[in-house]
Design a protein around this ligand. Structure first.
Ligand SMILES: Cc1cc2nc3c(=O)[nH]c(=O)nc-3n(C[C@H](O)[C@H](O)[C@H](O)COP(=O)(O)O)c2cc1C
Length: 159
């Protein structure tokens, strides 16, 4: 075992993109949170995974395996990343979005959107690993750059 500071220092050196995961509950209320523990998992079938803290307010909703939206953030969307990781009355207030086929929020300006069905989950320490099959995907053309997270801060791709 290693201590928490060593864990953060070592794992923080693994640069990642940033996503906002969205879902709707049974009453039609939108939920969303910032997630960097996201990665592609399988091509055939097309699977991705996200790791969600047991204490996150969306955790219980995700256990019921709703459709989720995965919004891959652009470098212009750092404020969204901060907002969806902070205490806000309504994280969606004033934000432009469209809805996917099953109603999930797809944020305007994201580099790519995935609409996914959660198919499995596995408890792992203080997080749950959710495995999701991609039903639909769309992406922006052109010069959009990703928002990156590295060593506890936001970073930009310089190429
Ligand atoms: C850049 C960034 C990446 C994050 N990645 C994750 C993640 O992968 N999994 C997770 O459970 N929380 C992650 N968080 C923390 C949650 O976004 C944050 O705790 C959020 O407030 C949880 O939603 P809640 O306040 O509705 O419970 C991340 C936060 C930031 C700023």
């Amino acid at each position: 075992m290693i201590d928490a500071d060593t864990f953060r220092a070592a794992l923080g050196r693994f640069a990642s993109g940033v996503t906002i995961i969205t879902a709707r509950d049974a009453d039609g209320v939108d939920h969303g949170m910032t997630v960097s523990a996201f990665c592609s998992l399988s091509l055939e079938p097309s699977l991705v995974l996200v790791c969600i803290d047991h204490t996150a307010s969306m955790h219980e909703l995700l256990l019921s395996h709703p459709t989720i939206g995965v919004n891959i953030l652009s470098s212009e969307q750092e404020t969204y990343s901060r907002r969806f990781a902070a205490e806000e009355d309504d994280r969606f207030d004033g934000i432009a979005f469209q809805r996917g086929e099953h109603g999930v929020v797809l944020l305007e300006g994201a580099l790519a959107h995935l609409e996914c069905e959660l198919v499995r989950h596995h408890d792992a320490g203080d997080h749950t690993v959710f495995i999701a099959e991609i039903a639909r995907a769309s992406m922006t053309d052109g010069e959009g750059r990703p928002l990156l997270y590295y060593r506890g801060g936001y970073a930009q791709l310089s190429r």
